[in-house]
Design a protein around this ligand. Structure first.
Ligand SMILES: *Cc1c(COP(=O)(O)O)cnc(C)c1O
Length: 363
């Protein structure tokens, strides 16, 4: 039994069973007349893959993902990107209009968006500028979670946009301190680029940790919308009751299974290594440019860069046809751009565009 899930699940949802779909009952038969589906395939659907409702949690895909992430199938929920996982966590563990979450900005915007839509309060503990980079202050985050009685706190590791990789020991210590009081959500959208272990290895010891993983980034499947929540089985079961009956369309399930076949996976792994190499070269190149003030260390597939004149850098890149993420509207990042690590050729385009800036300054 998970003390944390029992303590933190929304009181008004404790006896809520969710929607019982025709596909959720374990029945056997050869004539299926329980879901009002058509007896015939659509004329465009040659093999009839689309005629019936899909499995709520497609068994083959869940098994493949559980192997990939090294968890048991009961510890995994698959949904429409990690974005859906964030939303489900809010809906299951935060009272609308009353609950609170803790975030550490500047960070991925969806935690705050979901909280806002849900009427939950957002308690912010800003990242600290340090020698090592832009760093999350885990003790302060723990203090804020206790002081605000937040039921969820979101850590992002590697951080978007900070690039910071959190130590598993530090995450474990925070979870230990908040046991029974707050869920620690670790968003690992970019962990494949970090070359270091996932927080999933903390799940056995800590029933108040959940991990978000996605096929959108390193697996190059952003358009398919496939992401997972990994956590203890009771937490997963609670999220299932809140989720839509058939979250994953069959073509998406097929695409994800194909992407996780051994040959596709081998190619994905070689690309992760290529990105780490390109990231190092791009960072070195950027640090040579006089208009670059700081390139933060990054464990993701992007670099956060401060410029002497971020306006001019953004414009120079744009006029060379290179679109990067403008971070200037974010607190603490008024002079920063976030640049995705693309192919080697794309990295060269970035450096070449910024070189023109240097020449203009000299002229
Ligand atoms: C890109 C990103 C995601 C991905 O979300 P999906 O819905 O799985 O595409 C999640 N978290 C962070 C921090 C991201 O940057």
């Amino acid at each position: 039994m998970s003390a944390t899930v029992n303590a933190l699940l929304r009181e008004d949802l404790r006896d809520f069973a969710g929607y019982k779909s025709a596909r959720s009952e374990a029945l056997a038969g050869s004539v299926w007349l329980n879901a009002n589906e058509s007896a015939w395939a659509n004329g465009s659907d040659a093999d009839g893959r689309l005629r019936r409702y899909p499995q709520p949690q497609p068994e083959a895909l869940c098994a493949r993902l559980a192997t990939l992430y090294d968890v048991a199938p009961a510890q995994l929920l698959v949904g429409r990107g990690s974005d859906e996982g964030i939303d489900l966590l809010l809906r299951a563990f935060c009272m609308p209009g009353r609950g609170a979450i803790v975030t550490a900005p500047p960070v991925f915007g969806m935690y705050a968006v979901c909280a806002r839509l849900h009427g939950a309060k957002i308690v912010e503990v800003p990242l600290r500028e340090a020698e090592a980079g832009l760093c999350a202050d885990l003790p302060a985050i723990g203090d804020a979670a206790l002081a605000s009685a937040a039921s969820l706190l979101f850590l992002c590791s590697p951080g978007n946009p900070s690039g910071e990789l959190l130590e598993l020991d530090a995450i474990a210590a925070l979870a230990q301190r908040l046991r029974g009081r707050c869920l620690v959500i670790v968003d690992e959208a970019y962990i494949e680029y970090a070359d270091s272990p996932s927080a999933t290895r903390l799940l056995e010891q800590h029933d108040n940790i959940a991990v978000l993983r996605t096929l959108s980034k390193a697996h190059a499947l952003a358009a398919a919308r496939v992401g997972c929540v990994l956590g203890n089985p009771q937490l997963i079961a609670a999220l299932r009751r809140v989720q839509a009956p058939y979250p994953l369309p069959q073509p998406v399930v097929d695409a994800a299974l194909a992407a996780l076949a051994p040959s596709a996976l081998a190619l994905t792994r070689s690309r992760m290594a290529a990105v780490r190499e390109a990231r190092m070269r791009l960072a070195d190149g950027l640090r040579m440019l006089p208009q670059v003030r700081r390139v933060y260390p990054s464990a993701g597939n992007f670099l956060l860069v401060r410029f002497a004149d971020a306006d001019a850098a953004f414009a120079a890149l744009l006029s060379a046809g290179v679109v990067v993420r403008d971070m200037r509207a974010m607190a603490q990042l008024g002079d920063a751009l976030r640049i995705t690590v693309g192919s080697m050729e794309e990295c060269r385009r970035v450096l070449a565009a910024l070189e023109t800036l240097r020449m203009e300054a000299a002229a």
